[in-house]
Write a new protein. Structure first.
Length: 244
């Protein structure tokens, strides 16, 4: 089997379970590497694989280049569908070379509550979704991950950097680097799970509920405003709905 591994808790639990049941020699961790994933997230995924004892022989990494895909950079409502379709097609071709019989994806019950165009690509390509089939939601997965002492059991949900841009805004390398730079700054100030969403010359910040009060304190607020304005934004706005 091959598990599409993103570094999040869903795919980590799936990889752990597959290795436990089938034997680690029968399971590959399959990762796509591109400019859509921040260096922080890449390092985190590497740490998880190392903690699980996944060796170089037990993983497959594919370099992907979504910024040359016209249907992706146009950033329409189906961007995630096009991206997932291309990525998983590449995964399927690669895993066939390794003798794998199926590709597993970490989709869970809660993913059905939101609009996720990528799910259509998963169904079209007959990718297996064991966590969904088992009726597991995000909280179930976190509980199991904690029981199995997986390194990232409490990791915030994440998505690729392209999701920070409004639909119809062209996705380019400069914008992705800017978002990564700004979110890395906030992470260095312990705003875990934050989002930086450019909107023209303005930027909208999203932080977790526990960080909302700290964000409003004068020293922290002034430092963040100064940094974001030095990065090129004019107005710094805050979404008052906290991130879960």
């Amino acid at each position: 089997m091959a598990v599409a591994f993103s570094g999040g808790v869903d795919s980590t639990l799936l990889l752990y379970a597959a290795r436990d049941v089938l034997g680690k020699e029968n399971v590959f961790a399959l990762r796509g590497v591109s400019e859509l994933v921040s260096q922080v997230e890449r390092n985190s995924a590497e740490n998880v694989l190392a903690a699980m004892g996944v060796t170089a022989e037990e993983r497959i990494e594919l370099a992907l280049h979504p910024l040359i895909w016209p249907e992706f950079i146009a950033n329409t409502a189906d961007r995630c569908y096009f991206c997932k379709k291309r990525m998983y097609k590449s995964f399927l071709l690669e895993m066939e070379k390794a003798g794998c019989s199926a590709l597993l994806d970490g989709t869970n019950v809660d993913d059905l509550k939101d609009s996720r165009p990528g799910l259509r690509a998963i169904h079209e390509l007959s990718v297996k979704t064991p966590l969904l089939d088992a009726g597991l939601n995000k909280e179930d997965i976190r509980i199991l991950a904690r029981q199995f002492r997986l390194l990232n059991h409490d990791k915030h949900s994440n998505s690729c950097l392209a999701t920070r841009f409004a639909q119809g805004t062209v996705v380019n390398a400069e914008g992705l680097r800017l978002v990564e730079k700004c979110e890395s700054f906030l992470l260095s100030r312990d705003f875990i799970g934050c989002r930086v969403r450019p909107r023209g010359k303005n930027v909208i910040l999203e932080v977790s509920g526990k960080d909302m009060e700290r964000l409003a304190t004068p020293p922290v607020r002034v430092e963040i405003i100064h940094f974001l304005q030095s990065a090129g934004f004019v107005r710094v706005l805050v979404d008052l709905t906290p991130r879960a």
